[in-house]
Design a protein around this ligand. Structure first.
Ligand code: GUN
Length: 282
């Protein structure tokens, strides 16, 4: 029998706790916690993400400062905005929604975000600190996955974990978090020779591939924990993950659904990071 890890429910529970901490922070520090969100251009998916981030801020009592810039914004203008947010004492966290329009150099922009305000955990310094297992701001999606495992008391100690995907946003930090949590970690990607063999050895699979229903039942060991970070459309246009959920679930001890799994945790972890950034700054 498999158990579903309900990300929607866990996220809601965590938002209540974060909201209480934000309220306490305001009382003790006499100021708001501020998150600056910068969106350049009119990419539909990015607009939805940003809207949901602003909504989450309202829910937990964080003051959101949203900057909507036109697609033709120049590098200097964007850099000047991010630099001013970096220096602004009312801003605890800065998030520049990615991807930026092609004519903009995102690396140069992200470098302007101070490590302690990098609530996405994307900076080289935060990734480096994570690699060294020292205090840092951790990328939201993989950190949310760890919270999901913790919520079900799923131990990672000595377990074989396979992370599929090596992006800077999910796969790499996910692998680092699992190493820090004492798992034996294998990172697979598009050049991996025998993905099925690697997956069949895994006690925990984290799929961050970006291909609908790519992980099938024959790739999963009986009793495995399967975490699906994917967000795709299937042949009928229906939202689905990287895992063939209906067929894979029967083999699992735990599995996350899509939608309602990892997705709701990501923005919640952004709120968590924003609170942590404010609390560390005081
Ligand atoms: N684009 C897609 N996911 C993310 C995210 O987590 N943070 C930012 N800044 N941009 C994204």
């Amino acid at each position: 029998m498999y158990e579903i890890i309900d990300g929607k429910q866990l996220a809601a529970q965590m938002r209540v706790e974060i909201g209480q901490n934000v309220k306490k922070f305001k009382e003790t520090h006499g100021r708001e916690i501020g998150l600056a969100v910068v969106l350049v251009g009119d990419d539909n998916a990015s607009q939805v993400y940003v809207r949901n981030k602003v909504k989450a801020c309202e829910e937990v009592g964080v003051k959101s400062l949203a900057y909507y810039l036109p697609a033709e914004t120049q590098q200097e203008e964007l850099e000047s905005l991010v630099s001013s947010l970096a220096a602004d004492k009312a801003v605890d966290g800065i998030l520049v929604q990615l991807p930026l329009p092609k004519h903009l150099d995102s690396e140069r922009v992200l470098k302007l975000i101070p490590t302690e305000k990098d609530v996405d955990g994307f900076s080289a310094e935060n990734i480096g600190k994570l690699a060294m297992n020292t205090e840092c701001l951790v990328a939201c999606t993989p950190n949310g996955v760890m919270k999901m495992l913790e919520s079900k008391n799923i131990s990672t100690k000595g377990k074989k974990a396979v992370v599929i995907g090596r992006s800077n946003i999910v796969g790499r930090p996910m692998a680092l978090l699992l190493i820090n949590a004492d798992a034996t970690v294998t990172v697979c990607h598009s050049k991996t020779k025998d993905l099925k063999k690697e997956c069949l050895e895994a006690d925990i699979i984290v799929a961050a591939i970006g291909k609908a229903k790519f992980i099938t039942a024959d790739m999963v060991k009986e009793g495995a924990v399967v975490i699906d970070v994917g967000m795709n459309r299937d042949e009928n246009g229906k939202l689905c993950g990287d895992v063939d959920y209906e067929n894979v679930k029967e083999k699992c001890s735990y599995i996350t659904p899509v939608p309602g799994g990892v997705g709701p945790m990501t923005i919640t972890m952004l709120m968590y990071n924003t609170y942590v950034a404010a609390a560390r700054r005081g």
